[in-house]
Design a protein around this ligand. Sequence first.
Ligand code: CS2
Length: 483
Amino acid sequence: MTPTSIPSTHAPAPVGIVHLGLGAFHRAHQAVYLERNLARHDGGPWGIASANLRSNRQLVELMRERDQRYHVAEYTDSDTLTLREIAAIRETLYAGSGGEDLEALLARMSEPGVRIVTLTVTEKGYHLDPADGRLLLDAEPIRHDITNPTQPRTAPGMLVEALARRFTAGTPAFTVLCCDNMPDNGKRTRRAVIELARRRDEKLAEWIADAVAFPSSMVDRIVPAMSEAEFERLRTLGIDDPVAVACESFSQWVIEDDFPQGRPDWQHDGVQMVADVAPFEAMKLRMLNGSHSLLAYLGALAGIETVAEAVGRPEFAALLRGYMRREAAPTLAMPADIDLGAYADRLIERFTNDSLHHRLQQIAMDGSQKLPQRWLTGAQKQLEADGEIACTALGVAAWIRYTAASNLAGESHPVDDPMAETFAALHANHDKPEPLIAAFLALDSVFPSELADDARFSRAVLDAYRTLNECGVEEALTILDVP
Ligand code: CS2
């Protein structure tokens, strides 16, 4: 394979954006759009300062050693690869516990030249109740930030402290752009920040409510965690880069156009600027992420390792098509030019990309934070309209079985979830399906009570759970009324 290489040649750009969450996704998504922007202008005011808040100090050190330059390897398929050099990130910081850079980060966020703060801190990084979006005031990190507001540990805490400094100094507020996979992600972030600010100073909370814009956004690009095998593959192509990221060539970013302090003209870089992101968010969460989670739990129970391997099996591909057409698409109200059938076909094609070693275990993590927006809102809408929920119920049953920390062959796997201890206790206390399913559906931070109390839903989950355990995944797909 001969990759197409695109070097970075633009002039260094001063920092205009601070980003919280220097993970692979940020480096392969937002930073690539900004790189295009800086390349078009040969610089400009929108360089990024990017910080890790909780883990991976080593990445920050490696980025610094490489003068903040790295490569993004975009695979269209196993024969087509574009290698981009990215220099949009101008500064990296580590503000985790013991992080010497916390003060530097807060100082950066307080500078007048910083007009946007973007975030990818994952769903759990906001410390919101996944079902109703309330700030979890009793969560330990939030309690810490309430007691030590000037030494925050959480993303909402850092936003509040930086905004407090701007408020005191008379510096205009920055715009907060959430780029995590949550519905109404701007509104949710706003709620977290204002609820936290209110614990500190009512005036500050009022100012934030009036002065800070929190546009919503939909982000999309499949970016698997890097593996040693992928680093090795890149080395064979001449790229010896310990902070390289590999991803698919597809990328989408839809942003609500609400930036009172200005923004990059990134509509020329492939970003879709719209008045209302909600339909795009719902489409992506229920169709793409919902399908991903179906593959993750059912595939993991069947001992399958990657997305491409799972979707390569006809029964899984049929399940995804059926789920999207019969259970997800009917819940969506899209602008006239969006064809959900074509969107679904494109997703299956993207999942089939076998150049990406996208592990199901990576997608399976944090189910408690993901299920509501991926499956449960859709299931509620379907039940209201007397629609089908068989695939979703099967997914929920597979998730519950997955949280027992073993697959159907009895091989164990880790359960990476903020509620993992609760799940372990539920499995330990209930060895019969009926009470176990009832106990899971009673977790009100995951399942809205109207859904848990709907006998059509609970019965379908219980049936699916029994069938999965008794017959295995493949047969369950045939027996249950799924496509
Ligand atoms: C995945 C997402 O890990 C997961 O939960 O479903 O990270 C997914 O790959 C991205 O949202 C694609 O844009």
